[in-house]
Write a protein that binds this ligand. Sequence first.
Ligand SMILES: Nc1ncnc2c1ncn2[C@@H]1O[C@H](COP(=O)(O)OP(=O)(O)OP(=O)(O)O)[C@@H](O)[C@H]1O
Ligand SMILES: C[C@@](O)(CCO)CC(=O)[O-]
Length: 250
Amino acid sequence: MEVRARAPGKIILAGEHAVVHGSTAVAASIDLYTYVTLGFPTPSDNDDTLKLHLKDMDLEFSWPVGRIKEVLPDLGSHAASSPSSCSSETIKAITTLVEEQNIPEAKIGLSSGVTTFLWLYTSIHGYKPAKTVVTSELPLGSGLGSSAALCVAFSAALLALSDSVTLDFSHQGWQMFGDSELDLVNKWAFEGEKIIHGKPSGIDNTVSTYGNMIKFRSGELTRIKTNMPLKMLITNTKVGRNTKALVASF
Ligand SMILES: Nc1ncnc2c1ncn2[C@@H]1O[C@H](COP(=O)(O)OP(=O)(O)OP(=O)(O)O)[C@@H](O)[C@H]1O
Ligand SMILES: C[C@@](O)(CCO)CC(=O)[O-]
């Protein structure tokens, strides 16, 4: 069985950065998406590995599930329905798994995304073998929420194949999650964002999860419903920045 999830990027219209310190911000989703495809091998595939393919980045990772068990022996009973934070010991253990993959120096910035994947995957599906493919229309590190879209798309795909979400697999095309399922996606995505971002306010994963426009303050979300599409011209300066470092400097 295979699922494909997509999550949009965002633009913050007011309150960027100040939102980290409890001010109100307004954000809108944009029509550029990150896509995650997830599938489990069948027994006849004889494949006992967890695979991640970052297609646009031309990077492929593969971990034998036995190795994941060795490094992360204490996952306990993974519970898709109860999002939890990644402890510093677990981050250290996952970092070992990421370092063993020898990411080339020029692409080392992607390692936090890979760490986040391993945390979300093992928290929701434990030691199960799987194949995951990521593609994205979003530029990374440009303020358009690529990390949040990645976390939301990971969470949505992982939850779609868990017992916590019921989907109609005979349906062709995109399906929308219900409100309680979106809530779960958003909570897991926030836990993922914490790994990439350090101290996120949660606005990026929230607008990527619910779409449209939102007002956000200290974790409180107000959905702004508009039937009028908002036209925005976004210019890519191609000057990247690292949001984790920026937020930490305030
Ligand atoms: N498609 C992707 N594949 C792998 N990693 C990704 C992908 N998209 C985002 N990431 C991870 O997110 C990091 C970029 O996050 P960062 O928060 O710095 O920028 P952003 O999310 O694009 O911008 P902002 O948070 O300011 O809106 C990358 O370094 C990488 O670790
Ligand atoms: C810079 C910031 O305000 C938005 C990043 O897109 C950080 C955050 O709210 O987590």
